[in-house]
Design a protein around this ligand. Structure first.
Ligand code: APR
Ligand code: PHB
Length: 395
């Protein structure tokens, strides 16, 4: 069966769904193809910090009703080292704040908005394949949830299918250059039914390894412990998790840690990755399909939203004014900001984690860096500016 659309979108994560929403607001037709079920994408627990500008983008797009009711506005974070916490006050330093609201909640809101507007999202599709990305009418062939083979002819294709998707490997050989860094550790992520130890996030540097205390609601804590990259989750019974969390939070000013049922646990790998360029012919990459950051700076979803803002505006300029200049600059515009988030995420990761081969000298330098960061207004401002989100690029 054959159909036509203006923009064919592969992937219903934050990038694909937000692109679909922004295009629909501009009257541009699109179809989203997703390999997983609606339930799967809505339940997938991931990071949960939204930059100031991302919240504004969601608000302008009419997507912030629940976010405004349920999201938690955070005016700062604590950085903890040598058993003491030091607050970085974002609002004082930048006039801005971040909002804690789970990524899957953003995804649920986006899916609800799309379905209410009658925008097609096809879940449970199989074998999506791209054809003719160098020509004028690229197509997406796939099998739908009922196993019917379908062909969707598009003006443009947006590869929003995450790091393991098919769009980036669909670039012709030699077109893409990749840049990457692996880290010799991972995060053990824990979702627990217990009140968070503080009303703000605590990033902990500790000689047993990094820890992070975040939250989803005032009753649900989200926590992470640095662990080995090949860690077996079976080695982490709940009791061991609480003991380790408590040890990494120790110190005279340590907030109390309330034990509660662990609702979910899993291992998050750490990687930095960028693919350049983010466009070939009529195929555009956005979000994790083009770049990955380690989660320490909480930038993953924010970057995905920033990419599709640029793409939606550029497609609008093309369709409304016949102006292809923004679309031609898409990759360069995104990559300038992407690299700054890559640098920030790499830096936060390097600053706060324990490295295997770390010498006593390296450790002292890390602590000196943390001491400078939390003691200097200039250094704290640099962290705050990056954390609340750098300005969106002009396109
Ligand atoms: N066909 C259809 N859908 C696919 C395919 C495929 N071949 N491959 C992957 N997908 C889907 C995945 O099932 C997933 O739902 O693409 C979607 C990609 O979504 P995300 O991985 O959430 O990526 P993105 O939208 O770029 O969002 C980036 O997600 O990984 C986190 O921390 C990261 O917060 C960041 C955000
Ligand atoms: C989270 O709440 O899941 C979270 C918060 C901050 C991070 C990463 C993850 O840096």
């Amino acid at each position: 069966m054959k159909a036509r659309t203006q923009v064919g979108i592969i992937g219903a994560g934050p990038a694909g769904l937000m692109l679909c929403h922004l295009l629909r607001l501009r009257g541009i037709d699109c179809v989203v193809l997703e390999a997983r079920s609606r339930r799967y994408v809505e339940e997938r627990v991931r990071a949960g910090v939204l930059e100031h500008g991302v919240v504004e983008t969601l608000r302008e797009a009419g997507l912030a009703d629940r976010l405004e009711r349920e999201g938690l506005r955070h005016a700062g974070i604590a950085i903890r080292f040598n058993e003491r916490s030091h607050r970085i006050d974002f609002t004082e330093l930048t006039g801005k704040a971040v909002t804690v609201y789970g990524q899957q909640e953003v995804v649920k809101d986006l899916i609800a908005a799309a379905l209410a507007a009658g925008t097609p999202i096809e879940f449970d599709v199989m074998d999506v394949a791209m054809h003719g990305i160098d020509g004028k009418s690229p197509t997406l062939r796939y099998r739908d949830a009922k196993d019917t083979v379908r062909e969707l002819t598009c003006d443009y294709i947006a590869g929003c299918d995450g790091f393991h998707g098919i769009s980036r490997p669909g670039f012709p050989a030699g077109v893409i250059r990749t840049f990457e860094r692996d880290y010799p550790f991972a995060w053990l992520g824990i979702l627990a039914q217990s009140p968070p130890p503080s009303h703000e996030l605590i990033y902990v540097h500790h000689d047993r390894g990094f820890a992070l205390f975040s939250m989803r609601t005032p009753q649900i804590t989200r926590m992470y412990l640095q662990c080995a990259p090949d860690e077996d989750i079976a080695n982490w019974p709940d009791e061991r998790i609480w003991t380790e969390l408590r040890r990494r939070l120790e110190g005279d000013d340590a907030p109390a840690l309330e034990v509660g049922p662990i609702l979910q646990k899993g291992i998050t790998p750490m990687r930095s990755f960028v693919a350049e360029p983010m466009r070939h012919g009529r195929l555009f990459l956005a979000g994790d399909a083009a770049h990955i950051v380690p989660p320490t700076g909480a930038k993953g979803m924010n970057l995905a939203i920033a990419d599709v803002r640029v793409l939606a505006k550029a497609l609008d300029a093309l369709y409304k004014q016949g102006d292809a200049a923004q679309l031609d600059r898409y990759s360069d515009t995104c990559l300038r900001r992407v690299w700054k988030a890559e640098r920030f995420s790499w830096w936060m990761t390097s600053l706060l984690h324990r490295f295997h081969a770390q010498s006593p000298f390296d450790y002292r330098v890390q602590v000196a860096d943390l001491d400078y960061l939390t003691g200097s207004r200039a250094a704290s401002t640099a962290l705050a500016e990056n954390y609340v989100g750098l300005p969106f690029e002009e396109t």
